[in-house]
Each structure stands twice: as structure tokens, then as C-alpha cells.
Write a protein that binds this ligand. Structure first.
Ligand code: HEC
Length: 570
């Protein structure tokens, strides 16, 4: 350890002192949780990602012995109050010229670089060196600092004995909640099942994520095995396999794309590298052109589409990001999924609404939002491909038909069992109702009387999901490993509800297409178990993709990990 730190004085990349760069600007970022953080990001997103305060390359690989440990974070909190709060502020929001540590750059750099900087202090001496504190205490401080954004280090799980199961009565069929969401359970909701608006009150039931209890593990159908593939990630979201079998993940809060390679005997990647950093809430990932030899990796940042030159085998971007197109952004839904049409001529970009239910007629900020936009691959010729889609947070092509599908978060505030979220094949120029209508000719009471001419145009989607379950990524199963009946089916995440009295979602579902390319409206729970009997949640599935060996990989931004589900037979 001492040698590593001494190494730091041989500054390897003098030009990387990011703070000396003139092109820094603050960017206001909004997390899905509604939590607002001030993060500094360079405009040019130059590559390679700059190290923290000229930290030597070796610093990033210093291992935090306490990562994710609640007790160490608490000890760090006490040390922080004693040594750091006077300058950085009690809530680490910064004071005067002294930088914030909560919701700040510290959150997106490796633990080792923060440790290195705390140990050494700044060159000017304005930030003192803390080398006199025992090494253990410096790591506790780092562990604490990392809790100050989106709570990646979690409150301890409740003890099994103290857990009181939820006692609410079951929801009226066909609606459901987590108590009845188990692998193999089949659900089907039709437009005829919908209750009237406000049949139940609008709940405020956002999850405070707890640490995974030792005996909790995701549950899959019989014959499937669930392994922990990776953990300690910074909000892992969309996941895709590159044509050569490497696995790429957007770590949205970390502002980076990570690449994994290989598979160890216990189901973990053999290599993990940051492909690119300094991105602005990256989410969508697409290799282009299609086929075995892509030239580019496109990324959907929250405010733009960027692309990196890519060649098979690259685990690190070989050059700077190229800006392709600006996207509408600001408040509200921040995820931007992207996918190319089969012919490669169109880049589809999903842009969710800025609000729950504001009227675009009178709210300028909703222009070109709640839409699936289309561009030429060079970012030119923006057009609206389909509209009235409140938050299309997942896009995918059926590889057999080339049909575009999307997963959509519908509106809140109308009660537990309204409005269904959905998965649907997207029709060109299709209008899906938001904000005036939903599920065909149902008018939103908050916009009563508006746009009667659109009533007949509103498309009822193919698969209605339990309202508020919050589907995110969807993927067509293309592996050979799962039994034949799964081939070509859709897997999708349900990130989980906040606007429902008893939680729903927090699972991976399967939408059977019965080898027809069409959905019949029903869907099946595939991976569950992220909610404890007392209603607290420890995990939230987001991304899903087929791995090279045909296993399914599922990202989880509750436990900040990735799960691997493989078929092992009876
Ligand atoms: C005397 C005031 C002072 C005290 C006490 C202090 N700091 Fe700092 N800290 C600073 C200043 C000033 C900077 C900015 C230095 C620079 O950028 O050159 C800074 C920067 C930092 C940074 C880098 C932030 C960034 O985004 O660049 C970290 C991390 C940090 N301090 C952690 C700590 C910790 C942990 C403690 C307590 C053990 C602590 N500081 C105590 C003044 C202080």
C-alpha cells in the first residue's frame, strides 16, 4: 500500500489535472428517484477519462476493504464530523470555495482515487493531507462519502424475526402485487378490466432500498440457477452484448460505460474495464452497423446521442466521444434508450415526458418529449416516429421480424390500478394517448374535454402490465441455452412501483410470443424475490440481455449489481 501511494508522486499523466481545465461546467442532473445532484462534467468529454486530481493510474485499483459496509460508513460519518465538516459543511454540500462531496464528482470516481487524494491532500495545501489518520480510518471516510449520493450503501436489512408481513387484502383480479408475483405466475390485463380513475387514492410509497439480507436471493423458475455476476456498480442500467461476446453496461450515475469479458467458473466476468467515462447519465447503448463487425458504439446520454469509434475487442474507447445529436432534456424522465432499424438507416431514440401529465399544448418543455424520435445515423433529420408515449424507457427490435417494440411507463396519480404500463410493437406514426387519453378511448380526467378528435386514433398497446410496475429495458431471447419454448420471447424488467399502496414490479417478466412474433396480452413472472415480506425492497431490476452462452444477464440498480440466470435443467 505505501509503495502504491508513493508511486502517486510520479505523476504519470501531468496533463490530466482536470481542475486546471477551462472547459468545466456544472450540469444539473436529475436521478429517476427524483433526487437532484450537482455534478461537474466536462463539455468535451475528452478521453481518456481524467484521473481525480492527477491521481496516478495505480490509485484507481486500490481496493476499498470496506466497500458497501454499513458499519464502516457509520464510522466514517463520525470521522467526517470530527475532521472534515468544518470545511466541507455538515451535509458535505461544500462551503465557500471548498467543494461539495455529496452529489459531487467524488461520487463518480473510483474509491482508490478518493483515498489517494485524502491521503495526499491538494498540491496547494488548501486541502490538508490526512496521511496521519490510520489507513483504516481513511477508507472508512471514503466509504462514508460514497453513501452521499443515491444511497449506494444501504440501511441494514430488517432482521427476519422483526419483519411483519404486509396484511393488506389482495388486489382485485386481474391486478396484483408483489405477494402474488412469483416465477411462473401468469398475468393478463385488458382494457375492459380498468377501474374508474380515483377508485383508490394515489399512493406515495417509494421504496427505501435496504441491503440484501443474507438469505435473500432472486428467485427464478425451477431448472434455472441465479448467480451474482458483478456488484459495486454505480447504477447499472441498460446492458447489451457486443457482437464479439463482450458485455457492455451503462452505469448511469457513474457517468460511464463499462465492458466485461469472459466468464469464470463461478459465473463472474474475468475482466471489467471502464470503456468510457464523463458521460451525462448514459443509458441507451447500440453497436452500429449491425453484424459481426461494428464500427461505432452509440450511447444515449440524457441530453444527447454520442458515439465512440469501436472495433471488436475494444474494452476502452480508442478516441473521444463524437457528438451526434442534441436531445430534449431538463426535468423529468431522463433515460434515453436507442436502437437502429434493421436496414441501419434509422436511429430510434426514446425520450420520455418531462412531467407526469402536463399538456404539451400549453407546456413548451414537453415538445418532442413522450415520443420515439427518429434520426439518420449521423444525427441529422430528426422526426417523430411515434407519439403520446409517456415514458418509452426500453426499445428493442424483434430480430426475426425487424419490428420495433417498446416498454412504457404510463402516468401516475389515478389510483393503484390505473394506468397500465405496457409493452407493445410500435406502429409508425402511432399515437398512444398521453396525456389526454389512455388505453384507447379512455380520457384522462385531468384533461377532460380535450382533443375529442384524437379519441379514435389512440392505440391500445399489445401487452398491458400491472399499473406502476415501471418496465425499463426489454430484450428478445436469442440464446440457445433456455428450453425451446423461450426462444424469441421478450424478457423485460419491471423496476417497481412507488404510486401503489402495496408494491408491484421489482421483477423480470417474460412475454411469450409463441414463435409468432405477436403477443397475446399475457405475461409471466420470471425473476422475483427483490421485495421482502414486509414490503421493503433490496433490489430493482433494470436491464436485461442474453449473454454469449445463452444465460440471461439482469442489471439491478437497487443492489447495484448484475445477476446471471442460467438454465441447468431439472
Ligand atoms: C481546511 C479545510 C479542509 C478540511 C478540514 C478538509 N478539506 Fe477536503 N478539501 C478542501 C479544499 C480547499 C479542497 C479543494 C482542493 C483543490 O481542489 O485543490 C478539498 C477537496 C477535497 C476533496 C476533493 C473534492 C473534489 O471534488 O475535487 C475530497 C474528496 C476531500 N476534500 C475530502 C476531505 C475529507 C474526507 C476531509 C476530512 C478528513 C477533508 N476533505 C477535510 C478543504 C478541506
Amino acid at each position: 500500500m505505501k509503495a502504491l501511494i508513493a508511486n502517486g508522486h510520479r505523476v504519470l499523466h501531468a496533463v490530466r489535472d482536470i481542475l486546471a481545465r477551462p472547459d468545466w461546467r456544472p450540469a444539473l442532473l436529475m436521478a429517476a428517484s427524483g433526487c437532484v445532484g450537482l455534478l461537474t462534467a466536462p463539455v468535451g468529454r475528452a478521453d481518456p477519462p481524467p484521473a481525480f486530481h492527477q491521481a496516478p493510474l495505480s490509485a484507481a485499483s486500490l481496493e476499498n476493504p470496506f466497500r458497501g459496509q454499513w458499519s464502516a460508513a457509520q464510522a466514517g460519518g463520525r470521522l467526517y464530523a470530527a475532521h472534515c465538516a468544518a470545511c466541507h459543511g455538515r451535509s458535505a454540500a461544500g462551503t465557500g470555495n471548498i467543494p461539495a462531496l455529496a452529489h459531487a464528482r467524488v461520487q463518480s470516481v473510483p474509491d482508490g482515487e478518493v483515498f489517494w487524494f485524502i491521503t495526499r491532500g491538494s498540491r496547494s495545501g488548501a486541502m490538508p493531507s490526512w496521511a496521519a489518520l490510520p489507513e483504516e480510518q481513511r477508507w472508512q471516510l471514503v466509504t462514508y462519502l460514497k453513501t452521499l449520493v443515491n444511497a449506494p450503501i444501504l440501511a441494514p436489512a430488517p432482521a427476519a424475526a422483526s419483519m411483519k408481513p404486509i396484511s393488506a387484502p389482495p388486489p382485485p383480479a386481474p391486478f396484483t402485487d408483489f405477494r402474488f408475483e412469483v416465477p411462473g405466475a401468469v398475468h393478463k390485463i385488458t382494457a375492459g378490466d380498468l377501474p374508474a380513475p380515483y377508485a383508490t387514492r394515489s399512493a406515495g410509497n417509494a421504496p427505501a432500498i435496504v441491503a440484501r439480507p443474507p438469505d435473500a436471493w432472486p428467485k427464478a423458475p425451477r431448472g434455472f440457477k441465479v448467480q451474482l455476476y458483478s456488484d459495486g456498480l454505480a447504477t447499472p442500467r441498460v446492458i447489451h452484448m457486443a457482437p464479439n461476446g463482450d458485455v457492455f453496461v451503462a452505469e448511469s450515475d457513474g457517468g460511464r460505460i463499462r465492458a466485461f469479458r469472459g466468464l469464470s467458473a463461478d459465473g463472474k466476468p474475468e475482466r471489467s474495464e471502464v470503456f468510457a467515462g464523463n458521460l451525462n447519465k448514459p443509458y441507451g447503448i447500440a453497436f452500429y452497423p449491425a453484424g459481426p463487425d461494428p464500427k461505432w458504439l452509440y450511447v444515449g446520454d440524457t441530453d444527447s446521442v454520442m458515439r465512440f469509434a469501436y472495433r471488436n475487442g475494444d474494452l476502452k474507447a480508442s478516441g473521444a466521444a463524437e457528438h451526434i445529436a442534441n436531445l430534449p432534456h431538463g426535468s423529468g424522465h431522463w433515460t434515453r434508450d436507442i436502437v437502429f432499424s434493421v436496414d441501419g438507416n434509422t436511429l430510434f431514440v426514446a425520450v420520455g415526458s418531462g412531467s407526469n401529465i402536463d399538456d404539451p399544448d400549453t407546456t413548451a418543455a414537453e415538445r418532442y418529449r413522450a415520443d420515439i424520435l427518429a434520426f439518420d445515423p449521423d444525427g441529422s433529420h430528426m422526426r417523430v416516429y411515434a407519439s403520446g408515449i409517456r415514458n418509452p424507457s426500453g426499445l428493442a427490435l424483434d430480430p426475426r421480424t425487424g419490428q420495433l417494440w417498446c416498454a412504457v411507463n404510463e402516468r401516475d396519480g389515478l389510483g393503484d390500478n390505473l394506468v397500465p404500463d405496457y409493452i407493445t410493437a410500435v406502429r409508425a406514426d402511432g399515437f398512444y394517448g398521453w396525456p389526454w387519453w389512455y388505453m384507447g378511448p379512455h380520457q384522462d380526467p385531468r384533461h377532460a374535454g380535450k382533443h375529442p378528435e384524437l379519441r379514435q386514433r389512440v392505440i391500445t398497446p399489445d401487452v398491458l402490465l400491472q399499473p406502476h410496475s415501471a418496465p425499463l429495458q426489454l430484450a428478445f431471447y436469442q440464446g440457445e441455452q433456455f428450453p425451446d419454448e423461450y426462444h424469441g420471447d421478450i424478457f423485460a424488467s419491471a423496476h417497481g412501483s412507488w404510486n401503489k399502496a402495496v408494491r408491484t414490479g421489482y421483477k423480470i417478466i417474460r412475454v411469450p410470443l409463441h414463435q409468432t412474433g405477436r403477443a397475446g396480452g399475457e405475461y409471466e413472472d420470471f425473476l422475483t424475490g427483490f421485495v421482502l415480506p414486509n414490503g421493503q425492497a433490496w433490489g430493482r431490476p433494470v436491464g436485461v440481455t442474453t449473454a454469449p452462452d445463452g444465460a440471461l444477464l439482469v442489471t439491478d440498480d437497487g443492489s447495484n449489481s448484475i445477476w446471471r440466470i442460467s438454465y441447468v435443467g431439472k
